[in-house]
Design a protein around this ligand. Structure first.
Ligand SMILES: NC(=O)C1=CN([C@@H]2O[C@H](COP(=O)(O)OP(=O)(O)OC[C@H]3O[C@@H](n4cnc5c(N)ncnc54)[C@H](OP(=O)(O)O)[C@@H]3O)[C@@H](O)[C@H]2O)[C@@H](O)CC1
Ligand SMILES: Nc1ncnc2c1ncn2[C@@H]1O[C@H](COP(=O)(O)OP(=O)(O)O)[C@@H](O)[C@H]1O
Ligand SMILES: [K+]
Length: 491
C-alpha cells in the first residue's frame, strides 16, 4: 500500500486520533487551525477573485473555528466579508473560541443570512465532527444557499456530508470546491458526497506525515501506486503463453455479445491468448464474429473438466451473458481453484446457495474476484447491503471477508476490497462509463491481469483504474465497443 499522503484516506475518527497525537507530540493545535483557516482564505481569493462578498457561515465546533480564521484573513486582504454563526458564538470552546475572539468582524445569527448575487459562501458549519442529521436551522440555510445557486467553498467537508460514508445527513451544501486537511476522507470519494465536494484540495496544515500514516488503516485512493509494482512488464523474450491464457465462458446463441466484449477486452488488455468457450448452439454466431480470439466448444461439465487439464489456461471470466442456473454454478465451482472473475449471471446464480460458493473459494486457494453492481451486491449479500450503519467501503470489506474473494463493488465510486480488509476507492471513472456492456469490458480487463499473474486485489484495482482511463480516452460518446478499442497500456 502507498503511504503517500495524497493516496491515503482517513476516516473522521482516525483524523480525530491524529489530531490528539499531534497535540501529544507538542504541536500547538491553534497553529493547525490557523493554517487551515489561512488555506481556506487563500483558496477563496484564488478561485473567486471576482467575488463581491464572502459570506462565512460558522458552526459550533472547530470547523467554525477555521471559518473565523478564514474570515479574518479575507478581511485583512481587503475583501468584503460577512460572518454568520450557527448557535451562540459565546458557547465556543478551545481553539474555536480563540479564533472567534481574534476575529473582530461583527457576527450575525445564521437565520439572518440572505444570499445576494455576487456572494461566495464559505461553509464552515460542520466538518469531521458531524455526528447526526443537520439541525433545522442549518438545513434551512443549506436549502436557501443551494436554491440561490451561489458558489460554495466548503471547509473540510460540505456541511451535511458524513465524512465516514459520504451520505447526506438530512441536507448538505453542494460545494464548488472543498479544502480538506492532511488527507482526503471517505466521504469525499463515496457518493453522494463525491458529487457534492466539487474539486478537492488536500492541504498540509503541518501535522507530520508519520502521524497520519501511523493512524491510517488499510484504506487508500485507487492510484497506480497501489498496483504498479505488480503490473506485468513485457520482457523481450516473452511468448504468448507467458502472457497468460484467458478463457471466457460464453452463454447460448441469443446472448453471446457480452462474452465477446469481455474476450476482446481481455486480449486488448494484454492476455497472450484469449479463448471463448462456447456451447454448441452458439458456435456459429461466435465464429462469425471472432478473429484474434479463439473458439472452443465446451458443452458441459465433462468437456470443461477435460479442457482444464491444460494448466496453461490460467484465468477465467464467467457470468456476462452466461445465463443463470445450475450450469453456471457447476462451472463456477470447477474454476475456483484457478483465477476467476465471477460477474453478472455467475454471481446471480448463487443468490441461493452462496454458502457452497464461499466455502469452495475458501478451500480452493484460487484468486477469485466478484464484480457486483449495486443490484447484484444486494442479491448476493442481502444482509450486508441492508445494514444502514455501514459505508460502501465497509460493505465491500464485509462481503470480501464473508466470500473469501476480492470484491469489486461497482458504481461511480467503485470500491475494491480484499478479505484481509485492504480496500481502495476508485475516483477516475467518468459518468459516461455507465453504458451497456461496460461491466463486461471491465471483467475482461480483470481477467487479462489475472492471466498475466497479478494477484487478485491488484489485478482488480488496476483494471478498475484502467477502465476509468479507457472511458476518458474513448470520450463522452463511448460505447462498450469503443471502450475496448481505447484500453490504454497499463504501464
Ligand atoms: N483534524 C485536525 O487536525 C484539524 C481539524 N480542524 C477542523 O476541525 C473540524 C472538526 O472539528 P470538531 O471536531 O469540533 O467538529 P465540527 O465539524 O466542527 O462539529 C462539531 C460540533 O458540532 C456539534 N454537532 C455535530 N453534529 C451536529 C448536528 N448534526 N447538529 C448540531 N450540532 C452538531 C458537535 O456537538 P456535539 O456532537 O458534541 O453535540 C460539536 O460542537 C474539522 O472539520 C476541521 O475543519 C482544523 O481546525 C485544523 C486541525
Ligand atoms: N455514474 C458512473 N460513473 C462512473 N462509472 C460508472 C457509473 N455508473 C456505472 N459505472 C461503471 O460502469 C460499469 C457498469 O457495469 P455494469 O453495471 O455491470 O453494466 P453492464 O452490465 O451494462 O456491463 C461499472 O464498471 C461501473 O463501475
Ligand atoms: K464545512
Amino acid at each position: 500500500m502507498s503511504d503517500a499522503l495524497q493516496d491515503i484516506l482517513v476516516t473522521p475518527a482516525e483524523m480525530a486520533a491524529i489530531d490528539q497525537d499531534a497535540a501529544r507530540s507538542g504541536i500547538d493545535s491553534f497553529s493547525l487551525m490557523r493554517s487551515a483557516g489561512m488555506a481556506v482564505s487563500a483558496a477563496a481569493l484564488r478561485l473567486f477573485p471576482a467575488a463581491r462578498r464572502f459570506a462565512v457561515l460558522c458552526g459550533p465546533g472547530n470547523n467554525g473555528g477555521d471559518g473565523y480564521v478564514a474570515a479574518a484573513a479575507l478581511a485583512r486582504c481587503g475583501a468584503n466579508v460577512v460572518v454568520f454563526a450557527l448557535g451562540d458564538p459565546a458557547m465556543l470552546k478551545g481553539d474555536a473560541a480563540h479564533a472567534r475572539n481574534a476575529c473582530t468582524l461583527e457576527t450575525g445569527a445564521i437565520a439572518a443570512y440572505e444570499p445576494q448575487s455576487g456572494d461566495v459562501v464559505v461553509d464552515a458549519l460542520f466538518g469531521a465532527g458531524l455526528s447526526r442529521d443537520l439541525p433545522d436551522e442549518a438545513r434551512t440555510i443549506v436549502e436557501r444557499v443551494n436554491e440561490s445557486g451561489l458558489p460554495v467553498l466548503a471547509v473540510d467537508l460540505p456541511s451535511g456530508i458524513d465524512g465516514h460514508s459520504g451520505e447526506v445527513r438530512g441536507a448538505s451544501f453542494i460545494a464548488a470546491h472543498t479544502v480538506t486537511f492532511m488527507a482526503a476522507k471517505p466521504g469525499h470519494l463515496l457518493m453522494p458526497g463525491r458529487a457534492r465536494t466539487g474539486t478537492l484540495e488536500v492541504f498540509d496544515i503541518g501535522i507530520p506525515a508519520r502521524l497520519v500514516t501511523a493512524r491510517s488503516g488499510d484504506l487508500r485512493v485507487n492510484t497506480p501506486a497501489i498496483w504498479k509494482r505488480h503490473a506485468a512488464c513485457l520482457d523481450p523474450g516473452t511468448h504468448k503463453y507467458k502472457r497468460g491464457h484467458l478463457a471466457v465462458l460464453s452463454g447460448g446463441q441469443m446472448s453471446t455479445g457480452a462474452t465477446r466484449l469481455s474476450a476482446a477486452a481481455g486480449l486488448r488488455a494484454g492476455a497472450g491468448l484469449v479463448t471463448l468457450a462456447s456451447p454448441a448452439d452458439a458456435l456459429g454466431v461466435n465464429a462469425s464474429h471472432l478473429t484474434a480470439v479463439m473458439l472452443k466448444e465446451i458443452r458441459n461439465a465433462a468437456d470443461l473438466a477435460d479442457w482444464l487439464k491444460d494448466k496453461r489456461l490460467n484465468a477465467f471470466v464467467l457470468g456476462p451473458g452466461f445465463g443463470v442456473g445450475k450450469k453456471a454454478r457447476d462451472f463456477t465451482l470447477m474454476l475456483c481453484d484457478r483465477a476467476l472473475v465471477l460477474d453478472a449471471d455467475g454471481m446471480t446464480s448463487f443468490q441461493q446457495g452462496r454458502k457452497e460458493l464461499f466455502e469452495v473459494i475458501a478451500a480452493s486457494g484460487g484468486e477469485v474476484v466478484l464484480t457486483p453492481h449495486e443490484g447484484e451486491f444486494a442479491r448476493l449479500f442481502s444482509e450486508i447491503a441492508a445494514d444502514g450503519a455501514l459505508s460502501k467501503i465497509e460493505k465491500a470489506q464485509a462481503a470480501a471477508k464473508l466470500s473469501h474473494a476480492v470484491i469489486v463493488y461497482k458504481g461511480p465510486d467503485t470500491v475494491i476490497a480484499a478479505p484481509s480488509g485492504r480496500a481502495v476507492v476508485n475516483a477516475n471513472a467518468p459518468p459516461w462509463l455507465a453504458t451497456a456492456g461496460s461491466g463486461d469490458v471491465l471483467a475482461g480487463i480483470i481477467g487479462a491481469h489475472l492471466a498475466q499473474g497479478m494477484p487478485a486485489f491488484e489485478a482488480a484495482a488496476a483494471a478498475v483504474w484502467r477502465h476509468g482511463e479507457t472511458a476518458i480516452r474513448a470520450g463522452r460518446t463511448a460505447t462498450a465497443e469503443t471502450l475496448v478499442e481505447n484500453i490504454p497500456p497499463l504501464a
